[in-house]
Design a binder for this molecule. Sequence first.
Ligand SMILES: [Zn+2]
Ligand SMILES: [Zn+2]
Length: 189
Amino acid sequence: MAATQKELQQVDDEEPKPGSELTSQIVDELRQKPYNKLAAYLAAHDVIQRPFEPASYLSGDETVEATWNLDRPERAMALAVYIFEEGKQEKPNCKKCSKSIGPLPAPVCFVPSSDVLGGACTNCAYSGRRLGCSFVQEEEARRVEKERGKKPKIQSLTSVLLQHMSFSELEELQRLLRDALERRRNSGG
Ligand SMILES: [Zn+2]
Ligand SMILES: [Zn+2]
């Protein structure tokens, strides 16, 4: 099991580790959620691999703990994957986690080795921005590079993608397209 480095700083603490108590609390809450994908995932994964502790970040001069909730399917799923997915974090942080823009819930940029989150880290997945995770974008860039020279198959690419995207991911894509069009317009191209 991959214990986080942060736990090691708490050796003086006689109390049960807050991480494990909090984790069982989250797991209980996850099991109550009426989300189908999540229920199927929890049925197949019941060994805790990674205790959850909220990330801390700087707000002005103060260090504050990230807040989170499980009120949307993608949020609940992201935390379930963080807690239950086997594997360890081998890559450096994605761009979003390394910039630490805003309160990302988990202290570790964790990317499951399965494609349960489409290659995104759990923090980006939590924010409903799987497509914005730099790991997903780098993978897509590699794929496009490989396809170069072949005739672009934009139509099949988009229909496959769209089928697998959640509502909030479609919204995110809409935003990305709008921004790209705007930039294109502004550059006069
Ligand atoms: Zn990340
Ligand atoms: Zn990410």
